[in-house]
Design a protein around this ligand. Structure first.
Ligand code: NAP
Length: 283
């Protein structure tokens, strides 16, 4: 019997997760289909109920539901609990299990860049579910000197900083406003861009002011994968920073979710060329 897996989010037509998962299902001959469900906030809980009733194996959850979905779950993995956000749901015996593969996916994708940030100052742009996972990956795997969070909604940045200090006892966490951020460029070693600014409806934009001077010592990671080079990464690369886009994280977090639903190892080597070819044809 064919089983479904859904991707829940809003304004997510750019997503290439269906290509990744449907390619992996085909390669492994699993009778699964992955489909995108663009859902309005007031229908989100009902939509989860519906796919569970339809015997779906699970779901991914993306912008803007990664934090609110925790309220719809029967139980959470320890990492999802720690992060306070879920990107993967598994449906088993009427139960909804929430997990988070973004932290390990982020770490596995950028191991060498992350190790280069040991004992260094990291700026995180954004304070949503992805930013929470990035904080977890950094603190769990290295010892950053300082984590600084900046976000459009300043209160949300402060909430995340407080969460990091409380849950991880990592007191070297603070926030700075986006306006005037250029003054701190020389004090920062890594810049991790976790907002959608640069993709979809915000394509061609960057969250940083043009006066922000990247330099050759900076490591700049943008979690966006469509386009493959955002304006943020373009500016960073032009001034000599080491840059990485979000494709590698996308594949790694997807692989971990795939195994949670199917119990089967993700065929990474075979999926990569199909996904890269898809991206090339689309751009
Ligand atoms: P989320 O929980 O909804 O958080 C969104 C964050 O982006 C918030 O900090 C929000 O700021 C900010 N933001 C949204 N629209 C903005 C705008 N127009 N201007 C400035 N800031 C804005 O979403 P998420 O799950 O963290 O995902 C964020 C992004 O990361 C998405 O683009 C997603 O595709 C990407 N992502 C990629 C991967 C990957 O594997 N490569 C994995 C996870 C996420 P406010 O608090 O001010 O609203």
């Amino acid at each position: 019997m064919q089983r479904g897996v859904a991707l829940f989010g809003h304004n997510i037509s750019y997503s290439i997760s269906p290509v990744i998962h449907n390619t992996a299902f085909e390669i492994t001959s699993l009778p699964f289909t992955y489909l995108t469900v663009d859902i309005q906030p007031d229908r989100f809980a009902k939509a989860i109920d519906a796919v569970q009733t339809l015997n779906f194996a699970g779901a991914n959850v993306t912008i803007p539901y990664k934090e609110t979905v925790t309220q719809c779950t029967s139980s959470l993995s320890s990492v999802a609990q720690k992060i306070g956000a879920v990107n993967t749901l598994s449906f088993k015996n009427d139960e909804i299990f929430g997990d988070n593969t973004d932290s390990t996916g982020f770490f596995n994708a950028y191991i060498s860049e992350i190790h280069s940030l040991d004992n260094k100052t990291v700026l995180i742009i954004g304070a949503g579910g992805a930013a929470r996972a990035v904080c977890d990956a950094l603190i769990t795997n290295i010892s950053p000197r300082k984590i600084i969070i900046t976000n459009r909604n300043v209160e949300r940045a402060e909430r995340l900083a407080e969460h990091v200090r409380r849950v991880y006892s990592f007191n070297e966490t603070g926030t700075i406003p986006l306006s005037g951020i250029e003054k701190y460029a020389d004090k920062i070693n890594g810049i991790i861009q976790t907002t959608p600014v640069g993709s979809g409806l915000h394509a061609g934009q960057t969250p940083l002011p043009d006066s922000f001077q990247f330099n050759r010592e900076h490591i700049a990671i943008d979690l966006i994968y469509n386009p493959i080079e955002t304006v943020f990464l373009k500016h960073a690369g032009q001034l000599g920073a080491r840059t990485r886009n979000g494709i590698s994280m996308l594949l790694h977090q997807a692989g971990l979710s795939f195994t949670l639903w199917t119990g089967v190892p993700f065929p990474m080597d075979k999926v990569i060329p199909v996904v890269m070819d898809h991206i090339k044809r689309r751009t």
